[in-house]
Design a protein around this ligand. Sequence first.
Ligand code: DAH
Length: 357
Amino acid sequence: MTDLARLEAELTSAIAAADTPEALEAVRVSALGKQGSVSALLKGMGAMTPEERQVKGPLINGLRDRVSTALAARKARLDDDALNARLASEQVDLSLPAPARRKGSVHPTLQVMDELIEIFAQMGFAVAEGPDIEDDWHNFTALNFPPKHPAREMHDTFFFAPGETGERKLLRTHTSPVQVRTMVSQKPPIRIIAPGRVFRKDSDQTHTPMFHQIEGLVIDKGIHMGHLKWTLEQFIARFFETDAVTTRFRPHHFPFTEPSAELDVRCDRSGGEVRVGQGDDWLEVLGCGMVHPNVLRQCGIDPDEYQGFAWGMGVDRLAMLKYGPPDLRDMFAGDVRWLEHYGFSAFQAPNASSGLS
Ligand code: DAH
């Protein structure tokens, strides 16, 4: 065996035996480093005669190339092994079941929303939606709030910083802008309900900065307050699941309805909690009225041809009344113990045949 062949055999087995990047680097330095064995051979070529160089040059260069290739291949292999080992050691088994301590449940507000949708769907109402971020026109102006009117401030509105055009967007303070969006985009007859989130700067036992409302709107020819009263009384009876509930309409003011009223239901407060359907007290449940002609006009509907009624109510309040949580703030605290106590099974979706609650 020639010296070159022996050196190549040695280096090849040293490369194969190197089982860490550090060991392999040591082999590389011993062959190709400044003082390395192959580097020495390459350097030695300078002192050879041209004839000698012609014979030995290709042999030495060939050795250098094969050693370099073997080093690179071994390095790639060691890198792969290291990566695979790391992947194996850091593996997370996503198929592991979650601890079975907590069961998810349907929040009372969503349960009540589903009940309301079910009741009004049976009466022929469709569900409409609008954005949480509104503009002044949909939230106030089109609803007949005069410009600069204190009612805009009364709603404790969350305003955004003005945009490039100077327009201030806002978080909708009620679901009534969905009335406007519906009337602008659809032709009467209209029968919609619009459930959704609303926002006001307010927080105490009966107020939270975010809460839920549901809006109702009917637009057709010849609509009058009798239709409004019948619709809401039907709803109250179905929602509280008894004909024994007594209602009363109290005159009120909203800019977007004329006349306007609030609907109260008879209740009992003597035991510290509110019981609907008994007692001598009254509980305010919703605001309603005949859609103001100005609102119809703003939305492109001729008030001489079409009339309508509307109402709006707090969904969380209804959930509290029907299912008992006493403090509105707890509704959105995300406390799992509360949710376990007041939540509903996802398999108990309200429907007309099996009952609403
Ligand atoms: N938007 C009113 C509020 O947030 C509730 C309301 C009252 C809605 C009367 C209506 C209505 O559609 O007719 O206080």
